[in-house]
Design a protein around this ligand. Structure first.
Ligand code: 5AD
Length: 435
């Protein structure tokens, strides 16, 4: 029989880290996972433990006077009545899988691969419809809007796919000053943005104190949440950055196929990247990962393995984008990844990982103007603006024809997908663009 699990949701990430430490010190085995929807904390982290420890946990928390949001029995999400509506020409294997999804059981990797690879039209329709239903029940209809500032395109690494890799001679390099970064954050504040993503190549000239100072100013002046996306660091560096105010960290695994990982990341070690994710979780970051679809040699079973990885690592934000060749890289002549398979991956990721953030990625929008709308309909629930100053943006060419996502195009996509604009957004211009 399966053991009933419980989820402890703390009032903030610092308390979460403290509580987790306290429980571990009392020999209680815990896991960090995305918080359940009923705790009202999308994108927070919950501490999971077995039912047998419930009383102990309550006692320990009480003794230490820990402030918590609540303790919830972990529920399976049931979608009763779903299959009856979808009867058609579908296989028995598929019915088995859907039944598992409906009662809230976890799928195994073979079943996930089936969902990614079936070409039965009725089954595909059902997959997208399940993803949309689960998206609606877990994260609701509001589409979160975040904004990225790509503040440096210097990079010490030579990733085969990436247009800003160190070997690419055909691009102009730039590094924004702290003033320019803050000015850009100020513009985002005017339109109501609440989370800024500071992204760069792995630039050795960007020091930890520089990032700390920028984050301090952003917090003091605008009180925004900060997502860092600055690559692999040491435990100590991640710790210092967390203490200086970073809330979230994006570090994509890109693929869990170790051979492909090595092929595309000649400077990187797969196990170190996974270790980084474990540290980030341990330090209380909300973590983001993701993959690219259409890498050379990649099969659907590899993508299924990526999805299992996101689930097992308790990743909160999962960006799925097609590979797009970039000029000046070793991969410049390769074909781009399929939009359909990317959308399917978004849907299956939502079905498997449930209560997570899934952006309708810029890479998708770059291949097909309408793909962002399609991604929102396939399980995605957020859009990232590209807010790098215009004169620099063209040099952050991680891939060719990178689309410009501004507030208007984001609002257009949200309206067209018939979804809700967050209350914090002050600009309403996009509404006029809705057909
Ligand atoms: N095609 C698609 N996505 C890319 N990225 C980088 N280069 C490419 C490319 N050629 C994505 C990676 C990276 C993110 C910043 O952009 O997923 O993590």
């Amino acid at each position: 029989m399966e053991i009933q699990k419980y989820l402890l949701v703390s009032i903030n990430s610092t308390e979460m880290v403290n509580n987790n430490k306290m429980l571990s010190e009392n020999a209680i085995i815990t896991e960090l996972v995305p918080a359940p929807p009923e705790s009202g904390s999308v994108c927070a982290i919950a501490i999971r433990f077995d039912k047998e420890h419930l009383l102990d946990v309550e006692n320990i928390l009480q003794k230490n006077k820990s402030a918590i949001k609540g303790i919830y029995p972990e529920k399976k999400m049931k979608l009763a009545g779903f299959l009856e509506k979808k009867l058609g020409l579908i296989s028995e294997d598929f019915i088995k899988i859907v039944n598992k999804i409906i009662v809230g059981d976890d799928l195994d990797i073979v079943q996930i691969d089936y969902l990614l690879s079936t070409d039965n039209k009725k089954e595909i329709e059902t997959i997208f419809s399940l993803a949309d239903t689960i998206r609606q029940k877990t994260v609701g209809d509001v589409v979160e809007i975040r904004a990225a500032i790509e503040f440096s395109n210097y990079c010490k690494k030579a990733c085969s796919y990436c247009g800003i890799n160190r070997t690419n001679q055909i691009i102009n390099r730039y590094r924004m000053s702290d003033e320019d970064i803050l000015r850009t954050v100020g513009e985002l504040d005017k339109i109501g943005i609440k989370t800024v993503i500071l992204q760069s190549g792995e630039d050795e000239q960007i020091s930890i104190p520089f990032l700390m100072a920028i984050m301090r100013s952003i917090k003091e002046t605008y009180n925004m949440r900060i997502t860092l996306s600055v690559g692999e660091k040491t435990f100590e560096e991640y710790k210092t950055l967390k203490e200086a105010g970073a809330d979230n960290f994006l570090l994509k695994i890109e693929t869990t196929n170790k051979e492909i990982f090595k092929e595309i990341h000649p400077d990187d070690d797969y196990d170190y990247r996974v270790q980084c994710h474990k540290w980030l979780k341990e330090l209380g970051y909300i973590t983001g990962s993701g993959n690219m679809i259409g890498l050379p040699g990649q099969k659907t079973i590899d993508i299924a393995s990526d999805i299992v990885f996101f689930k097992e690592m308790g990743i909160n934000m999962i960006g799925v984008g097609p590979f797009i060749p970039a000029q000046g890289t070793r991969f410049e002549e390769l074909p781009h990844g399929s939009v359909d398979l990317t959308l399917r991956t978004v849907a299956v990721t939502r079905i498997v990982c449930k209560n997570v953030y899934i952006p309708a990625t810029t890479a998708l929008a770059s291949l097909d103007k309408e793909a962002q709308v399609m991604a929102l309909n396939a399980g995605a629930n957020s859009v990232m603006l590209i807010s790098t100053p215009e004169n620099l943006r063209k040099n952050y060419c991680i891939y060719d024809n990178k689309n410009m996502i501004d507030i208007n195009s984001a609002l257009y996509a949200i309206n067209k997908a018939k979804r809700k604009i967050p209350a914090y957004i002050k600009s309403n211009e996009g509404a006029n663009l809705c057909e």
